[in-house]
Ligand binder design. Structure first.
Ligand SMILES: Cc1cc2nc3c(=O)[nH]c(=O)nc-3n(C[C@H](O)[C@H](O)[C@H](O)COP(=O)(O)O)c2cc1C
Length: 199
């Protein structure tokens, strides 16, 4: 084999190994569960007790959206418990008045850690559930899948919200500032206005 063909073979093999390795790493990373302690905000809130369980993403967007939604709940008097979707997250939800499930969208589906959490809960006992998904371009299909999972686990879905980084979040209204900033505002406002939706 000539030096040229040998070089080409080495280059192609190298590209395959690096690409394959990166894809395997990405798949592994997306399936990972993040364990965080259950944190409470507004312990004296009188509107009710909310549990937020979310899968963080590779970027800071999902975490910021969830934090804004939690701020909105706190602003309207909720006691808010927040943790990430893992085997350590509370699977017994009977003591909560509201459950918020959050995740990035991967391949048109909710993240695996969140899906596993819903399976682990298995029975939401008809408690009100909010679904909050973060995507680049569209969360519609992932929302449908998550709604099916929640329904299967006897959750009473009261609201589903998909927020995007690359598609305008509020086409009806002109707004200044970035699209992700608008997403965060929408999350905060939705959390604040949630109370009537759950009754
Ligand atoms: C492997 C992978 C698959 C994704 N699939 C979708 C998808 O199907 N639809 C979509 O709108 N966004 C998709 N996204 C974008 C994320 O949903 C988006 O960036 C989200 O707002 C935050 O997730 P991240 O923090 O992990 O990037 C994907 C991202 C990654 C890394």
């Amino acid at each position: 084999m000539s030096t040229f063909w040998k070089g080409l073979l080495i280059a192609v093999t190298f590209i395959f190994v690096v690409t394959g390795g990166s894809l395997i790493w990405l798949q592994w990373r997306l399936d990972q569960e993040t364990v965080t302690p259950l944190a409470i905000a507004n312990p004296n809130g009188t509107s009710g007790k909310a549990l937020i369980v979310y899968q963080p993403g590779l970027s800071s967007f999902p975490k910021k959206v969830i934090a804004a939604f939690a701020e909105g709940l706190v602003a309207s008097g909720w006691q808010v418990w927040t943790t990430t979707a893992s085997s350590q997250a509370p699977a017994a939800v009977a003591s909560y008045d509201l459950i918020v499930l959050g995740s990035p969208v991967y391949a048109d589906a909710p993240g695996k850690a969140l899906a596993r959490y819903i399976e682990r809960v298995a029975d939401f006992g008809r408690r009100p559930v909010v679904i909050l998904l973060m995507a680049a371009r569209g969360a519609e299909h992932a929302i449908k899948l998550t709604e099916q999972m929640v329904a299967k686990a006897s959750g009473r879905r009261v609201l589903s919200l998909g927020l995007t980084t690359m598609k305008p979040n509020d086409e009806a209204n002109k707004y200044t500032g970035s699209n992700t900033h608008r997403a965060i505002q929408i999350a905060r406002d939705t959390g604040r206005a949630l109370q009537p939706a759950i009754h």
